[in-house]
Write a protein that binds this ligand. Structure first.
Ligand SMILES: Nc1ncnc2c1ncn2[C@@H]1O[C@H](COP(=O)(O)OP(=O)(O)O)[C@@H](O)[C@H]1O
Ligand SMILES: [Mg+2]
Length: 243
């Protein structure tokens, strides 16, 4: 069920700006990989290019060794790649029930990712969204919006889950709770890629880390080694971040 995801020489140019500049790396099957780097380094662009939200200028995206770079985003999610958005993207007029239900009819998944999570209500309960099941998205708290984003992605029954700052704006307690959910999804056999600025989250959750800087791969390896790498620290500290 879990699948290896890789990009080869991936480039995304916006006019003269190369948001991704010939990046090659892989997200190993069954692992949680942290994707980090200063703001503007190309992290979201990578997820957008992988999921077909934007069309890469050149390069390859490989899922289980097969190219998906020419597929549309609706085809890519059916191949098993689901994502969340840095800024939650849910139609404000829809209810939580409706948002979680869409993947069930659209993606047509055949089995529950996590045992027992075979309908919208059980997924909502799993993500502690049952008290707001019939509430419109416009009326949700930030925490519930973040939970809903992940719940919708999980409802797609993915083999690869891409999380773009899924914990941004959450309290420490809520971030820990979301982290536990991510761990459970991973234990269900899903390959996870997580963009996150909180380095404590990266070191506690991730098997490996890749670092982007100015559209290029700066470093990769075990969290302990990467986060103590002077080159990585300089890339962050130069932009005013504390590791
Ligand atoms: N649709 C777009 N059009 C033009 N420039 C973009 C677009 N999306 C991203 N960029 C630029 O690409 C660079 C990388 O952005 P992004 O991938 O969002 O960075 P990150 O997620 O690492 O903060 C930034 O300089 C950003 O302004
Ligand atoms: Mg981003």
């Amino acid at each position: 069920m879990s699948m290896d995801l890789a990009v080869k020489d991936l480039t995304m140019a916006f006019g003269g700006l190369r948001a991704l500049d010939g990046v090659s790396l892989s997200f190993p099957a069954g692992c949680i990989t942290g994707l980090i780097g200063p703001n503007g380094s190309g992290k979201s662009t990578m997820i957008n290019a992988i999921t077909g939200m934007i069309t890469a200028t050149s390069g390859e995206v490989l899922l289980g060794g097969n190219s998906i770079v020419t597929l549309r985003s609706d085809q890519i999610v059916k191949q098993g790649v689901a994502r969340t958005f840095q800024i939650p993207k849910v139609p404000p007029q829809l209810t939580v029930r409706e948002v979680i239900s869409v993947p069930f009819s659209f993606v047509g998944r055949k089995h529950a990712l996590i045992e027992g999570l075979s309908d919208a209500r059980s997924i909502a309960a799993y993500f502690k969204l049952d008290p707001v099941f019939e509430r419109r998205c416009a009326d949700l708290s930030v925490t519930n919006l973040r939970r809903l984003e992940i719940a919708r992605a999980v409802a797609c029954g993915p083999s690869v889950l891409l999380l773009d700052e899924a914990m941004a704006g959450l309290s420490h307690e809520d971030a820990i709770e979301v982290g536990q959910v991510v761990k459970q999804v991973h234990q269900a056999g899903v390959t996870v890629v997580i963009i996150e600025h909180m380095m404590s989250v990266i070191s506690s959750l991730c098997d490996g880390v890749v670092v982007l800087n100015q559209g290029k791969l700066l470093a990769q390896g075990k969290p302990r080694d990467v986060l103590s790498d002077p080159v990585v620290r300089e890339a962050y500290l130069g932009k005013g971040f504390q590791l």
